[in-house]
Design a protein around this ligand. Structure first.
Ligand code: AMP
Ligand code: MG
Length: 311
């Protein structure tokens, strides 16, 4: 059972949020169907990246440099996990953005990773149905890509995945009562909020220093993907790479420059390349595919904000 630390909310009693040790055989059956869809989804997506010439890099968990998640108005972190190891202060990974930009500049023109992210979300976020305090990002980056290149790549990837699962996960989708159809491309683009009933992009949002901002027009070259009836599943952007811009944004936002020494030194010597990329929330994508009411249902060991279980 989950220890209770916060406000009682409707989903707390929901069957889906029990730990696996408390599930009935019928509930385990549903969990297995979701697990099978997870396997098929990850298998399809990683294969698509590999055949597209992307290098698969392994994730990092503790680092001096992680996503500040600030000043993103969507962010709601209640605690940043900082620990000392070997005499140095490190943070648990909130996203591998800095590592992606660095590796995409120095190592591989195209890369992706399956990255565990730890974000101690405010406990009221448990009720959104789309927040976990540990989740996985399918995070990728491409050198010299434009936003439109990344959007097209994502649209093709998702449409391919849906078409694949309709055939290859027919039984699981039936058990879960889901009927998916492949959307039309290109998805529509909105500047503010989109139509909740369609796949759509939302662009031009002021947020963290690494998203590209045009200082003349005040426009941000970034994008979020929304899934119908669900919400945001992906965030991405073209990235900043010029030292002066990065520095001035960090100063403006009050971001600790000491945490980004490696990135700043590379940028100063012109070694950060223009890149663009995005991160897909794996649990959110699978929760949408499966029609889950809460993103934690797709986790074998649910990480619900405010609730710490035994496993
Ligand atoms: P971000 O760049 O912060 O938007 O994170 C990238 C993606 O990770 C988002 O679009 C979501 O799909 C996913 N994500 C972010 N925070 C959470 C969370 N607390 N629980 C589950 N997925 C998340
Ligand atoms: Mg986002």
């Amino acid at each position: 059972m989950f220890l209770f630390h916060g406000v009682i909310t409707h989903f707390m009693q929901a069957e889906m949020l029990k730990e696996i040790t408390d599930l009935s055989e019928e509930e385990l059956e549903r969990k297995r169907a979701i697990g099978s869809i997870t396997t098929k989804t990850l298998s399809y997506l990683t294969q698509a990246f590999v055949t597209g010439g992307f290098n698969w890099i392994l994730p990092v968990v503790f680092s001096k440099a992680t996503d500040p998640l600030w000043p993103d108005p969507q962010a709601s972190i209640e605690k940043r996990v900082e620990v000392e190891i070997y005499g140095r202060e490190v943070r648990a990974m909130q996203s591998m953005i800095v590592h992606k930009i660095t590796a995409c500049s120095l190592l591989y023109g195209r890369l992706f990773t399956l990255s565990p992210n730890i974000r101690i979300e405010r406990r009221d976020r448990a009720a959104t149905g789309i927040h976990a305090y540990e989740f996985t990002q399918l995070d990728f980056e491409v050198r010299h890509a434009s936003s439109r290149d990344i959007m097209k790549l994502v649209e093709d990837l998702l449409c391919g995945l849906i078409a694949h699962l309709r055939v290859e996960a027919k039984e699981e989708l039936k058990l879960l009562g889901r009927d998916l159809s492949v959307p039309e491309r290109p998805f529509r683009i909105y500047e503010v909020t989109g139509n909740e009933k369609e796949f759509c992009w939302v662009v031009n949002m002021p947020r963290e220093f690494y998203d590209f901002e045009d200082f003349d027009t005040g426009k941000w070259d970034n994008y979020d993907l929304y899934l119908p009836g669900f919400g945001e599943v992906l965030s991405g952007s073209r990235r900043e790479y010029e030292y002066q811009k990065i520095i001035s944004k960090m100063e403006r936002d009050g971001v600790r420059k000491e945490s980004y020494k490696a990135l700043l030194e590379l940028a100063k010597s012109g070694r950060i390349k223009p890149t663009a990329g995005a991160g897909i929330g794996v649990e959110r994508l699978i929760a949408w595919i499966c029609g889950s009411k809460h993103v934690c249902e797709v986790q074998p060991f649910p990480r619900i904000p405010g609730f710490v279980g035994e496993l």
